[in-house]
Design a protein around this ligand. Structure first.
Ligand SMILES: Cc1ncc(C[n+]2csc(CCOP(=O)(O)OP(=O)(O)O)c2C)c(N)n1
Ligand SMILES: [Mg+2]
Length: 332
């Protein structure tokens, strides 16, 4: 971990960051159990990327806008998506705030806290956030837009076109590549030839930096600095956060392409475990504090699970709500 004082964080900040990481992990772990028990159809996991996600979210301010990607459960939870809202979504229940239980889960959106709507086509979310950044620049407001994506998705045309636009117009935009080194089964060596994806920033006219994505303090510092630059009119930043995908790509992927040795090594770099060890070693929190947080989060996740499981599914009459303006082909 980098020195937290040099990042202008104090011990309470670090505890708040850990809490965010732990809550994200606990919701995610529950989702896998529910999936394997046949209760929810699909999980795509944030596990191993919580340090990047919460470190980044911690550096944002009210009024900033995010266009996250499907792995960002810890990020959106920290920003204010409640565990119950997440559970409604994964159960496909009517009260799901993103789609009324009709989209795949993990297409996060929550207008009140600036989370933009998204779909599954990777990298499209960048363009939405860059549009928001253009608005901030035109209106002269003190806001930034942040978008995230995986390293595999950074080979999409949307990424290159979007970041080029950011560079041309010096937009208040922050892009984080959560580089977990796999795009489903394809390892990073078969995805790109560059040594560091942040080097691409130079070609767009942006600032670029690669950070240890297992260190929430380093990610926080990088996003904080990017935010300051953006608000000073110095344009966008591309941050590559090196992290580890601790699970299979999704609940539909058996992950046999990673050897047991690789999986064991990945487990050892679990960011939540490493940050907990750091907080204990630095005497920032003790075992009793961690035990208390665990219990609190378990109770929150239990309540959310029970409530969402008991909630109603959407009615068939709602099939076309928010899909067709006129209420669907039968009513057009
Ligand atoms: C435009 C598009 N092409 C392909 C897919 C199928 N797809 C979904 S996730 C994924 C891999 C993305 O890998 P990466 O960007 O590294 O993100 P990660 O899942 O590793 O976090 C692919 C190819 C898609 N959703 N959208
Ligand atoms: Mg990846």
């Amino acid at each position: 971990m980098i020195d937290y004082q040099s990042a202008q964080l104090d011990k309470e900040d670090l505890k708040a960051i850990y809490k965010g990481m732990d809550l994200g992990r606990k919701i995610d772990e529950r989702m896998w159990l529910l999936n394997r028990a046949g209760k929810i159809p699909f999980v795509i996991s944030c596990q191993g990327q919580e340090a990047t996600q919460v470190g980044a979210a911690y550096a944002l301010e009210k009024g900033d806008v995010t266009a996250p990607y499907y792995r960002d459960l810890a990020l959106v939870t920290y920003l204010g998506m409640t565990p119950l809202e997440t559970m409604y979504s994964v159960f496909g229940k009517r009260d799901d705030i993103s789609s009324g239980g009709k989209q795949m889960p993990s297409h996060f959106s929550k207008k009140e806290i600036g989370i933009m709507s998204q779909g599954s086509s990777v990298a499209t979310q960048l363009l939405h956030a860059i549009g928001a950044a253009l608005t901030f620049k035109m209106d002269g407001t003190q806001q930034v837009a942040l978008s995230t994506l995986g390293e595999g998705s950074s080979n999409q045309g949307d990424f290159h076109e979007g970041l080029n636009f950011v560079g041309v117009h010096k937009l208040p935009f922050i892009c984080i590549i959560e580089n977990n080194q796999y795009a489903i089964s394809v390892s990073k060596d078969l995805q790109y030839g560059a040594e560091r994806l942040s080097d691409r920033a130079k070609g767009y006219g942006m600032h670029g930096v690669t950070v240890d994505g297992n260190d929430p303090i380093a990610v926080y510092q990088a996003v904080k600095e990017a935010r300051t630059r953006a608000l000073n009119g110095e344009g966008g930043t591309l941050i590559e956060a090196m992290c580890t995908r601790l699970t299979a790509h999704s609940s539909d992927d058996d992950d046999r392409y990673r050897s047991d040795d690789i999986k064991a090594a990945d487990k050892a770099s679990d960011c939540n475990k490493l940050f907990k060890e750091y907080l204990l070693a630095e005497h920032i929190a003790d075992d009793a504090w961690f035990e208390d947080i665990e219990q609190q989060h378990k109770a929150i996740v239990n309540d959310a699970t029970k409530q969402a499981e008991a909630a109603p599914y959407p009615d068939a009459s709602e099939t076309y709500t928010h899909v067709y303006e006129q209420g669907g082909p039968f009513n057009a």
